[in-house]
Ligand binder design. Sequence first.
Ligand SMILES: Cc1ncc(COP(=O)(O)O)c(C=O)c1O
Length: 403
Amino acid sequence: MTSGRHFLQIPGPTNVPERVLRAMDRPVPDHRGPEMPSLVAEIRAGLRGIFKSEQAEPVIFPGSGTGAWEASLVNTLSPGERVLTFQNGHFARLYAEAARQLGMKVDEVKLRWGDAVTQEDVEGNLMPEHRAVLIVHNETSTGVTTDVGAVRRGIDRSGHDPLLLVDVVSSLGSIDFRMDEWRVDVALTGTQKGLMLPPGGAILCVGPRALAAAETSRTPRYFYDWRPVIRDMQQGFFPYTPATLLLFGLREALRMLFEEGLEQVLARHSRLAQGTREAVRAWRLSLLASDVARASNSLTAVVVDEVDSGTVVKVAAERLNLALGVGLGQLRGHVFRIGHLGSLNELEVLATLAGTELALLYSGQRIELGVGVAAAQRFFAGVTADLQRPSARESVASREGVG
Ligand SMILES: Cc1ncc(COP(=O)(O)O)c(C=O)c1O
């Protein structure tokens, strides 16, 4: 391994800040001991703040985003019930597949991978038999964010009343999400993205209608039954051995997000994403997102035309110790992804863009070195090209009166 820092710029897991690492670097406590109630109470309150919900119940399982999908489905739905899904990427496809494997009847609307789900998509496809609508807020394979407020309007205008289950795995803590305002019934994530923690935790926030649905759902469940977890978490404990050290990390990560201010955190992600998109434009490469207005603030999916995107990712890892995201599913070979979420600043994004330029060049993609970095720098600095000092050659030429 080369010296210097490993640049982990995949769209999750993300970099774990020192403060969070230090909070977890402690002896393992008794998970039924006196430290737990205040820890769990602070986490419950903090999660409600991040999900923007006054009353929903936070639930934490050891697991990952995939486990959170399963928990969202087995608690609210019964085998044979119909759900509406929209396949606009790899993770939307897999969430639908989880529902299918668990016995639900899935009506899957196929969209272009790169599209967001629109109000019209929802309104035009929702039927009274649909018990739930499954949405991936930020499709991590394509770098596209769906407007969940528009999804809610689509449901309302249809006149039907399904449960709304939303995957916020790569948006929570980096892209605006409003559980109560959009009347989301279940929102779910993992610990390893915007929450800046190592992998290992599945987190859900469960609204009143989903809590009621869990009382009548007939899907067999044991570990992912959220009822005992909610009951025990309300008292500051868990019905099984939780990932205790991850909880200490989570408390610290939540404190960090609130110290910076959630709205500032979201604005920072927006700025870093915009700088990255400026770089892509300067490279004369394209975003996979069909509509730049829906391009994600937590990652950028870049289409390459002259080389295999897997080569770019491989070269970045081998030569630069820079981890970029590969193209997933049908995007394999065509797309690579730059993660810009979690604990990250402008300088780190610039370094990532510089590394990406080199990796593109080393892979054989025609690219002018420096143009992407400069475009992002100009965006971060808020200056246009005209304001810059002329290059050495230009200033000599103008001094000597040659033009
Ligand atoms: C949007 C989305 N949903 C679900 C998952 C699956 O999460 P995990 O890999 O933690 O199981 C991911 C993983 O990247 C994701 O990006």
